[in-house]
Design a protein around this ligand. Structure first.
Ligand code: PEP
Ligand code: MG
Length: 595
């Protein structure tokens, strides 16, 4: 336990961090010590090499057995869908870059084990820090947590386990590893807050699926809050209130009851169709980065995978995965999701998604550089390998293939030529492929919006990637916090773009879906239904929330609201009007307090 810092926190001290997992928790703080350990690097004599290597390999073995124990615990708590996170950590413990390089430094550079490990961890962190995509950058926290565990074991320090928490508390920590989070006893830990982390860290993802309210990225909360401080956290807004007054306490108690009531109601939606009151049926699908997420997606009622980001496959190993390795992963996804479709997006690297093994060039303006489909069309062998793996997997279920960041018809035609060539090649080699692999593109560039009618003639479906479309449309770097305030899904320009895309898709008779983050925000559901989207793909935990809106709306009604929204001049006006309309139509779901 960390020593309590005696500072006066005035009543109702408010801090705002990143809303990581929704819900409200009211309790007292419980500080967990996960401070960085003091690491001393020193030169060793050749005689010390063997003992240092033994100390390091012992620490690796101990870390593995601790993780296996956490895994067994998670198993018994029926958290099986999260075991892949522990498996990822176990894999990292076998990783050549981490283990091999540390051993190399001990042997060849004569550096002590803790110093060598520290150097390698710093190098790995630098690699991850270069990534501007939030999700991928957050994978650094996996390196941090495994690095901390390893270092702790190497230095013989002990860590407090969250499984030992005995009272109702809100955990306050510098950071929590997924292994810490999996060990949380939900009947005791009612919420947690951390100094670091983002919305897409594994810890945040876990907190969301465990249903534990969490606020992360508070920067200095561990140094501000003495142990046992009364506090409230609102994981939906990222607000933390220390020493709440009686009035604030009452206000949040009512909010909490309201939130908990609506949450308990959501469960009933899992098995129901996403159909409007007047019969318009949507497919709500899930976005995944790892095959293992499919279990959770199915539990939440996902009708397929609307976006399988394949970048991760290219980040885990030493180099690009082979055709066989990719095929196994895609086949497993397709089989696990059957009979629903799996939409596999070809490699989307470059720009904000940096994969060191692929030797991407240093670019002055990477967001507009050799990324996504441009990279694939240049690195033809990589592209062909991926296409073959996807086509082979299509023999095992329903596969849709999707190309990212398309900016012109010529690119689409090139992709189709390569796809057809690989199909013919496989067929002539007697290798099975699916009969009807739908071919689609992501609409992420303003160019694709402007020529949506021409593109629609070339493909079977569109999927709108609003994370990028908004970035390119409004000219704001999606990873730059200084312009984050301009990132407005309800900007009139974005609404117009969505209208153009949907109209083009409709007149060509092709499906139009959305897989950007916007698809999972229930405030926008009504707009997306009115625009005519046929499928929305999102983080699985949002499916029921969106479905609840879908099932309460009437298509004609929401179209009228959309007609109003498209006449407004600013995003703020659109949001205010939308919130007002939502409150009038669905006061239960959109109470005034949310406005
Ligand atoms: C998008 O851009 O909206 C999208 C879904 O793709 P990614 O976030 O992987 O770039
Ligand atoms: Mg994108």
């Amino acid at each position: 336990m960390m020593a309590s810092v005696k500072i006066d926190i005035t009543e109702d001290t408010m801090l705002v961090g990143i809303a990581a997992a929704p819900g409200i928790a009211i309790s007292r703080s419980h500080l967990v010590n996960r401070n960085r350990m003091a690491v001393i690097e020193r030169r060793i004599s050749p005689e010390e090499v063997d003992p240092e290597i033994t100390a390091f390999t012992d620490a690796v073995v101990k870390s593995k057995s601790q993780l296996l124990e956490v895994k067994a615990q998670a198993d018994s708590k029926e958290l099986t869908e999260h075991l892949y996170i522990i498996d990822t950590h176990l894999l990292i413990l076998d990783d050549e870059m981490l283990i091999g390089e540390t051993l190399g430094l001990i042997r060849e550079e004569l550096i002590n084990a803790e110093g060598a490990l520290n150097r390698v961890l710093r190098k790995l962190r630098r690699v991850f820090d270069k990534i501007s995509d939030e999700y991928l950058r957050e994978r650094r926290s996996d390196i941090d947590s495994i690095g901390d565990r390893l270092m702790c074991n190497l230095l013989g320090e002990t860590r407090e386990s969250l499984a030992d928490v005995k009272e109702h508390v809100i955990v306050v920590a510098h950071d929590l590893s997924p292994a810490d989070t999996v060990q949380i006893d939900r009947s005791k830990v009612v919420g947690f807050v951390t100094d670091i982390g983002g919305r897409t860290s594994h810890t945040a993802i876990l907190a969301r699926s465990l249903g534990i309210p969490a606020v992360v990225g508070l920067e200095t909360i561990t140094s501000l809050v003495p142990d046992g401080t009364p506090m409230i956290i609102d994981g939906s807004t990222g607000t933390v209130i220390l020493n709440p007054s009686a009035e604030t306490f009452r206000e949040y108690l009512i909010k909490k009851q309201h939130y908990d009531y609506l949450e308990s109601e959501l469960i009933q939606f899992r098995s129901l169709p996403a159909q409007t009151k007047d019969g318009y049926l949507l497919a709500l699908r899930s976005n995944i980065d790892f095959v293992e997420e499919i279990t959770a997606a199915r539990e939440q009622g996902a009708q397929g995978i609307g976006l399988f980001r394949t970048e991760f496959l290219f980040m885990l190993g030493e180099g690009p995965p082979s055709e066989e390795e990719q095929f196994e992963v895609y086949r497993s996804a397709v089989e696990r999701m059957a009979p629903f479709p799996v939409t596999i997006r070809t490699l989307d690297v470059g720009g904000d998604k940096f994969v060191p093994e692929l030797n991407l060039a240093d670019e002055v303006n990477p967001a507009m550089g050799l990324r996504a489909i441009r990279f694939s069309l240049k690195e033809i062998n990589l592209f062909r390998t991926q296409l073959r793996a996807i086509l082979r997997a299509s023999a095992f279920g329903t596969v849709r293939i999707m190309f990212p960041m398309i900016s012109g018809v010529a690119e689409v035609r090139d992709c189709k030529v390569f796809l057809e060539r690989e199909r013919q090649d496989l067929i002539s080699a007697g290798i099975a492929c699916g009969e009807n692999v739908a071919v689609g593109i992501m609409i992420e560039t303003p160019a694709a919006v402007l020529i949506a009618d021409l593109l629609a003639k070339e493909v079977d479906f569109f999927s709108v990637g609003t994370n990028d479309l908004i970035q390119y449309c409004l000219a704001i770097d999606r990873g730059n916090e200084h312009v984050a305030y301009l990132y407005e899904p309800m900007h009139p320009a974005v609404l117009q773009a969505l209208l153009m895309i949907c109209r083009a898709a409709k007149s060509a008779g092709i499906e139009v879906g959305m897989c950007g983050e916007m698809a999972g925000e229930d405030l926008y559901s009504l707009v997306l239904i009115a625009l005519g989207f046929s499928d929305l793909s999102m983080n699985a935990v949002n499916i029921s929330r969106v479905k609840r809106i879908v099932r309460q709306v009437d298509l004609l009604e929401v179209k009228q609201i959309l007609d109003k929204l498209v006449t407004l001049a600013t995003a703020a006006e659109v949001v205010a009007t939308l919130e007002r309309e939502m409150h009038q139509l669905y006061p239960q779901i959109f109470p005034e307090t949310r406005l």
